[in-house]
Design a protein. Structure first.
Length: 270
């Protein structure tokens, strides 16, 4: 990826984008979200994760966009699909979905040089009560984190909001992975932690673009990466869920670049 030279850098190395740059992020984010809307009908018992990924790749190409993940550090798929106790970076393949499986599908597209990055949860078949609660808590934790985004607040405020809520629901926050800056590059400063102390970390400024993508576990927070060097799973085999939005700090709050066009960001469409 080419280095982004737009805007200025804060002393923490975080790029500040211009007002005109928000349009590019909205366009990229909208396409990623639209594709994830369309994916919903392809998630069913007996479907393979490889078939879902093939659909995503086809839709990216049809929109004359580029998949940010194909070729990234040797990765060869247009999505990451993480099932049940897989925390993130699950590799699509021949695995068939079973009744009750929950899965996170993560897509990043490049549109006119801008990166749109988002993920959400899906369910194959009937959703169990404990999985339903995990998904709801993870969704709500993300939205509480987003509510903390405004100039003058800190990145620690985001993490604190997510951690306080999730742990208050007797769940744990994964600490081994985090959100990240983006714009005209895939990954950039800052690291957006989903835990932390209020009032700590870099101060939020208008023009910052980044993802918030908490991973919440029903059990303990520890993870391990499998021998494929991609797939991260919970060490205790407990269920894990994740939601992700790309956002930009505005003069008085936050804009979400990856809103679902059809209101389908939550798997029960609530």
């Amino acid at each position: 990826m080419n280095e982004d030279t737009r805007g200025r850098l804060t002393r923490d190395g975080i790029r500040i984008y211009s007002e005109a740059d928000y349009a590019g992020m909205h366009k990229a984010g909208a396409l990623a979200a639209q594709i994830l809307d369309e994916v919903a009908e392809h998630v069913f018992v007996g479907q393979t994760t490889g078939a879902i990924d093939a659909f995503i790749q086809r839709r990216v190409e049809e929109e004359n966009a580029v998949s940010a993940t194909i070729g990234y550090k040797g990765y060869q798929h247009a999505s990451c699909i993480s099932i049940n106790h897989v925390v993130c970076h699950g590799i699509p393949g021949e695995k068939k979905l079973k009744d009750g499986d929950i899965l996170n599908i993560d897509v990043t597209v490049i549109v006119d040089g801008w990166f749109g990055d988002t993920s959400r949860m899906y369910v194959a078949g009937k959703l169990s009560r404990k999985a339903e609660r995990l998904i709801q808590v993870t969704h709500d934790a993300l939205m509480l984190g987003i509510e903390s985004v405004k100039p003058g607040n800190t990145f620690g405020d985001i993490g604190h909001a997510i951690q306080t809520y999730a742990e208050g629901q007797r769940m744990s926050v994964v600490r081994d992975f985090c959100g990240h800056g983006l714009g005209r590059v895939f990954h950039a400063p800052p690291n957006v932690l989903h835990y932390g102390r209020a009032g700590t970390g870099p101060v939020l400024e208008e023009g910052m673009f980044f993802t918030i993508e908490p991973m919440i576990n029903l059990g303990r927070p520890e993870t391990k990466v499998l021998s494929d060097d991609w797939t991260a799973v919970t060490r205790d085999k407990s269920l894990s869920a994740q939601f992700e939005h790309s956002v930009g700090v505005t003069s008085d709050g936050v804009e979400i670049f990856t809103l679902s066009p059809s209101g389908k960001f939550h798997p029960t469409y609530g």
